[in-house]
Write a protein that binds this ligand. Structure first.
Ligand code: TYC
Length: 112
């Protein structure tokens, strides 16, 4: 190898310039994101909802209280935003966890 880059094609270093292409690149496109939405109900204790927000969504106590109160007052609130497979897993984990504890707390998915 001479160290002189060829002017056209066939140069592995070209890949390093993908992020400055003016055309959007499929490989770099942002994945669609999904909101994990908490739904209000009349039976799940407030403390349990706060615990869920801390355990599954890594919220601190004051963030968790705020989100729980928003859901309690308005009917819905966003617990977190994730790529599809992570959001889907969180919904399943939270809904299973709530059932195991005998509460009807429900999370659902919404595309952002
Ligand atoms: N509304 C419930 C109560 O008064 C509390 C609650 C908040 C339940 C948020 C679900 O997603 C929820 N105990």
């Amino acid at each position: 190898m001479s160290g002189v880059r060829q002017p056209f094609g066939n140069d592995p270093m070209d890949d390093l310039n993908d992020d400055v292409l003016t055309h959007p690149d499929q490989k770099l496109a942002k994945p669609p994101m999904y909101k994990v939405v908490l739904n209000n109900d009349d039976y799940t204790p407030m403390e349990f909802v706060i615990h869920v927000l801390q355990k599954f969504f890594r919220k601190n106590e004051s963030e968790a209280v705020q989100i729980m109160l928003l859901v309690h007052k308005t009917g819905k609130g966003v617990a977190g935003v994730f790529p599809f497979s992570i959001a889907e897993t969180k919904v399943k984990q939270v809904n299973d966890f709530s059932k195991q504890h005998g509460f009807p707390l429900l999370t659902t998915l919404e595309q952002e």
